[in-house]
Design a protein around this ligand. Structure first.
Ligand code: ASP
Ligand code: MG
Length: 408
């Protein structure tokens, strides 16, 4: 059987920590399992590389930025393989390209198109642990392309799918997935398990522990993902298992509360309400590779409507440029920009069958005197945008309103 393990930047942040990871991997390797280990870059390496790039060129070319960033994971993978060999555990390090990870050519946020596992299988057959540089792959032109910040999780789950692994294990600097960020709410509890769909919503809404696309792949290929601390003893039952179905039906159907600070909004005021407006606006944004999150169109009055949408802060500058030039074209009265917002989301699959969650959410925010700027929902999520300085307070109010601090 094959297991894919992934170790994040903090877990491989120093020589001592790398050795600790090597010890863990070596201990698992004697159990007769084939192990592929995906690593992130050491500590804050990726940020440091980006800072360097911007020192040289404030707007560094994307292709070269990817080439530069990809080196971070090469360093950690090579060092981990060396540490394993030193411990008597045969291992090889492979770059993303050497491991057969093929991507498209959207530098900075490339998508994996396929993985050709022959090289990894060959190394397994030789009895090697395979250490793969996460976060990267090879574009159709043969260039290095990276998968977006935090993308090593996605590398790990994609490899798990390609290798038909029994489980993907994500080792990180936290104990698992919590009812909310424990740095915001110290009463937060670590969940034993969570449904893939819930985790996907949480990751998309800023839960931070895992890259959303990794969760999406796990859901698609039905691979259980264990998220656990890289300090915890393996098999100690710690961590959170993300899986297709969570058997137990909890009383409290809100599973987790996410806070997303990476949000900015654009409002076009008094846009003529006629067919084609939305496509005229969102077409060019999509062409620029900007993904729009929440979209709200108000009821129109005198054939005029307000259109609000949100994007991530990364896309903020380009979104402003594009919407400014389009607003004149569309005949909008003016455009308003706001980046002083956060998204607070309640997530839980059980919410779809029980009424009253939204009402309780709105009531507890109102009791705390927190104004709701925008509301969006999915079947298993309710999201409110609130002022940035009230976000953490909102999370704490909701955590207690839904009694998430109590063990079920
Ligand atoms: N090193 C990359 C980053 O910092 C990828 C990862 O850590 O998953 O975003
Ligand atoms: Mg990470």
């Amino acid at each position: 059987m094959t297991v894919v393990q992934k170790y994040g930047g903090t877990s491989v942040g120093s020589v001592e920590r790398l050795r600790n990871v090597a010890r863990r991997v070596a201990a698992r390797a004697v159990d007769g399992e084939q192990i592929a280990v995906v690593v992130s870059a050491m500590g804050k390496t990726t940020d440091e590389l980006l800072t360097l790039a911007r020192e040289v060129n404030p707007r560094p070319p994307r292709r070269e930025t990817d080439l530069l960033m990809a080196t971070g994971e090469m360093v950690s993978s090579a060092l981990l393989a060396m540490a394993l060999v030193e411990m008597g555990c045969p291992a090889v390090a492979l770059t993303g390209a050497q491991a057969g990870v093929f991507t498209d050519n959207t530098f900075g946020r490339a998508r994996i198109r396929g993985i050709d596992t022959w090289r990894i299988e060959e190394e397994f057959a030789e009895g090697h642990v395979v250490v793969v540089a996460g976060f990267q792959g090879q574009s159709p032109q043969g260039d290095y392309a990276t998968l977006g910040r935090g993308g090593s999780d996605t590398s790990a789950v994609a490899l798990g799918a390609a290798l038909k692994a029994r489980q993907v294990e994500i080792y990180t600097d936290v104990q698992g997935i919590y009812t909310t960020d424990p740095r915001i709410e110290p009463q937060a509890r670590c969940l034993r398990d969570i449904a893939s769909e819930e985790m996907l919503e949480a990751a998309q809404q800023g839960a931070g522990v895992m890259h959303p696309r990794a969760v999406e792949l796990g859901l698609l290929y039905d691979i259980p993902i264990l998220v656990a601390s890289s300090q915890a003893e393996f098999g100690s039952g710690g961590g959170t298992l993300i899986r297709g179905k969570v058997h137990m039906e909890p009383e409290n159907r809100v599973r987790t509360i996410a806070l997303d600070r990476d949000v900015a909004s654009v409002t076009l005021r008094n846009v003529p309400d006629r067919p084609g407006i939305a496509s005229q606006l969102f077409g060019p944004l999509a062409d620029a590779g900007i993904s729009v999150d929440t979209i709200v169109q108000n009821a129109s009055e005198l054939q005029l409507t307000d259109l609000t949408f949100t994007v991530t802060k990364d896309d903020w500058e380009r979104t402003q440029e594009i919407s400014k030039s389009l607003s004149a074209e569309l005949g909008a009265a003016n455009v308003l920009f706001d980046h002083d917002l956060v998204k607070v989301s309640l997530i839980g699959t059980g919410m779809q069958s029980g009424p009253g969650y939204a009402a309780t959410m709105f009531r507890s925010l109102s009791d705390a005197g927190i104004n709701i700027e925008l509301i969006t929902t999915s079947e298993i999520r309710i999201t409110c945008l609130v002022r940035a300085d009230r976000g953490e307070e909102a999370v704490r109010a909701l955590h207690s309103a839904f009694q998430l601090d109590e063990d079920i």
